[in-house]
Design a protein around this ligand. Structure first.
Ligand SMILES: [Ca+2]
Ligand SMILES: [Ca+2]
Ligand SMILES: [Ca+2]
Ligand SMILES: [Ca+2]
Length: 295
C-alpha cells in the first residue's frame, strides 16, 4: 500500500466503505486505485477512477467599517462604509449594519434588527449604505457590520457607534405688516418655521444679528418675541411703533427650540413714519417765484 488509506482491519464486510477527508492540497482532480486483499495477502488488480476536490468556501472578512457624519442630526443621513475581502475569487456579498452583535447566516438576518443593509448581492467594495436618523435614535447607538457571501458564509461583526443629536429649527418665512407703520400703531411679524424633531419653539425679533442661546435673549435688544414655547406655526408677534423708532429699521428673526437650539437669523426691515402721509392734489394755475420743495 503506497500513498493512500487502507481499510483498518480484515473484515467480511461487503460492500465496504472507506472514508477520507479532503485536504487543501487535494484541490483539483485526483486519481485513485482500489485494491482488495485477503488474509493471505493475495490482492486483486486495481480498479481506478477519479474524484475532484473543490476549494472550501471562506467567509468574507471586514477590513474596516466606518460611519460619517458622527454626530448626525435627526432627519439627516449617516453613511456606513464597509470595506471587505473574500478569498474566493468572484464571490458576491451583501452587507448588514445590525443593531446587535448577533446574526443568523442561514437566513441572512440581524437577530436584533438592523439599521440598514444592502438589498442584493454584488461585487461592490467598499459598500456605502445610508440611513436617515430618526427622533427615536437620539443618543449614542451601537452597530455591528456583517458581510456575507453568496454561499451565506458571514464575517464576524465589526462594532461601531454613532450619535444622533437634535437640531435647531429652521425659518421658512418671516413677514411684517403694515410696512410702513405709523408711530402708535402695531406692526405684526409672522414667522413660519420647521423643527426636525417637532419641538415646540419660541420666536425672537431681535434688533441685531445675535441671540444668546443659554438665556434665549437678544443681546442687542428686541422688538418683540413670543412669550412661551409652543407648537403654534406660523407664530405672530406684535410691536407698537414708538416715536424714537422713526425711520428705516432692521430686524433679525430667530426661532429657538426647547433645547435652546436656535435657527440662523432671517433679516428683514420696516419703516416707521411719524404720521400718515396724506396724499391729494391741488388744481389751478400757480405762479411760482423762488425755490419750492414738493413732497
Ligand atoms: Ca467566500
Ligand atoms: Ca462612529
Ligand atoms: Ca429641535
Ligand atoms: Ca418689511
Amino acid at each position: 500500500m503506497v500513498g493512500g488509506l487502507p481499510a483498518t482491519a480484515f473484515a467480511a464486510t461487503n460492500p465496504i466503505a472507506v472514508n477520507y477527508t479532503a485536504q487543501v492540497g487535494d484541490i483539483g482532480t485526483n486519481n485513485y486505485y482500489i485494491f482488495v486483499c485477503d488474509t493471505n495477502n493475495a490482492c486483486s488488480n486495481s480498479t481506478s477512477s477519479t474524484f475532484t476536490v473543490n476549494a472550501a468556501n471562506s467567509a468574507p472578512t471586514i477590513n474596516s467599517a466606518t460611519d460619517a457624519p458622527d454626530p448626525v442630526n435627526v432627519g439627516s443621513q449617516i453613511t456606513f462604509t464597509v470595506d471587505w475581502s473574500d478569498s474566493d475569487a468572484g464571490d458576491l456579498t451583501r452587507t448588514f449594519i445590525c443593531k446587535t452583535n448577533s446574526f443568523t447566516s442561514s437566513t441572512l438576518t440581524c437577530d436584533g434588527g438592523f439599521w440598514v443593509s444592502s438589498t442584493s448581492f454584488s461585487t461592490q467594495n467598499p459598500v456605502a449604505l445610508n440611513y436617515t436618523a430618526l427622533v427615536g435614535d437620539v443618543g449614542t447607538n451601537n452597530y455591528y457590520a456583517f458581510v456575507c457571501d453568496d454561499s451565506n458564509a458571514c464575517s464576524n461583526g465589526t462594532a461601531g457607534t454613532f450619535t444622533v443629536v437634535k437640531s435647531a429649527p429652521t425659518i421658512n418665512s418671516v413677514t411684517d405688516e403694515p410696512d410702513p407703520v405709523v408711530v402708535g400703531n402695531n406692526i405684526t411679524f409672522t414667522v413660519n418655521w420647521t423643527d426636525p424633531e417637532g419641538d415646540n419653539t419660541r420666536s425672537f425679533i431681535c434688533k441685531t444679528n445675535a441671540i444668546t442661546t443659554s438665556t434665549l435673549t437678544c443681546p442687542g435688544g428686541w422688538w418683540t418675541s413670543s412669550t412661551a414655547f409652543a407648537a403654534t406655526n406660523p407664530v405672530q408677534m406684535t410691536y407698537t411703533a414708538q416715536a424714537g423708532d422713526a425711520g428705516p429699521r432692521n430686524y433679525y428673526t430667530f426661532v429657538c427650540d426647547v433645547d435652546n437650539k436656535c435657527s440662523l437669523a432671517t433679516v428683514g426691515s420696516f419703516l416707521v413714519n411719524l404720521t400718515n402721509n396724506v396724499s391729494g392734489y391741488i388744481e389751478g394755475i400757480f405762479n411760482i417765484i423762488g425755490d419750492v420743495l414738493f413732497r
